[in-house]
Ligand binder design. Structure first.
Ligand code: PAF
Length: 287
């Protein structure tokens, strides 16, 4: 076990250290919640930590930038790594343990087992990032097995990821309750994301248009306007406002992610992924 220079929170870098601490808590009857992250922590992550703090006796935050959820052309190398700053933020939230595994703890040499959640991964982000959900499902399964928490929490900003994780927990009979935290936004509506750090000042001015236009589209659809006409109009408005490319702007069932083309008959959400330069933003709202 080690401690960061700036943080009072103990840090486990190995599986043995993680298990020793968690087993000790469990032997003492304490409930444990895991907050999995890739670091570069912002208020969205900290909101999950605060929910965890309220619900569980002990809170573990994992920090691991997972190579398997990035394609070779994506931003694995550039992804922000701010360990000391993250550790200081987590000390401020009275987190009990940081789990920062070394890469070979997560991917032993020769590792060849993966977890795929087929149906849910084939929609939305799974189309433009086909590697992504396999990488997420595999690492989250490992984190849940390694830490064996009573609960784990994920943000609704990555709503499809949340559904994929709920499905793998159900399908693999993992004894953990999956909790969700609401999307945390800047005052201007932009959903917080570690990748917002990539945006130039000009892109930062454009970025909030995504949520603004989604809200406008959702209002019109709720009032009964034709879904495909509203989505078509919103796509072209986003491109006019400065977005470079739209991966999707679609309505899907909130549980199954089945696409909704004409009529909303069960809980549904509007999902979007759009590019500003090299930065891909995602957002979703309930309808
Ligand atoms: O949402 C994230 O930060 C990551 O996808 C997760 C769940 C920590 C897995 O690497």
């Amino acid at each position: 076990m080690s401690k960061s220079k700036l943080s009072a929170v103990p840090i486990a870098n190995s599986l043995d250290d993680l298990r020793n601490v968690v087993n000790g808590w469990k032997a003492g009857g304490k409930s444990v919640m895991l907050v999995p992250t890739m670091g570069a922590l912002h208020e969205g992550h900290l909101s999950l930590v605060r929910i965890a703090r309220r619900k569980a006796d002990r809170v573990v935050v994992s920090i691991f930038v997972n190579p398997a959820q990035f394609a070779p052309h994506e931003d694995f190398q550039e992804y922000p790594r701010e360990f000391e700053g993250d550790a200081a933020k987590l000390a401020g939230e009275q987190v009990d343990l940081i789990y920062a595994p070394k890469p070979d703890v997560m991917y032993a040499p020769g590792a060849s087992t993966t977890v795929q959640v087929e149906a849910l991964s084939s929609q939305l982000c799974g189309i433009s990032r086909p590697h992504f959900f396999g990488g997420v499902a595999t690492i989250v399964t490992k984190l849940l097995i390694q830490c064996a928490p009573d609960m784990a929490i994920f943000g609704e900003k990555d709503y499809q990821q949340l559904l994929v994780i709920r499905a793998l927990v159900r399908d693999l009979s993992l004894p953990v309750e999956i909790c969700a935290g609401p999307i945390i936004r800047d005052k201007n509506g932009l959903a917080l994301s570690s990748r917002n750090a990539y945006l130039t000042p000009e892109q930062r001015r454009t970025a909030p248009m995504l949520n603004r236009m989604m809200l406008r589209a959702a209002d019109r659809i709720t009032e009964g306007a034709d879904i495909s006409a509203v989505l078509q109009h919103t796509r072209s408005e986003l491109l006019k406002s400065g977005f470079d490319k739209i991966d999707y702007l679609e309505i899907h069932d909130a549980e199954t992610l089945a696409p909704v083309a004409n009529k909303i008959t069960s809980p549904a959400r509007l999902f979007a992924a759009a590019w500003l330069g090299q930065t891909r933003l995602i957002d979703n709202i309930a309808l």
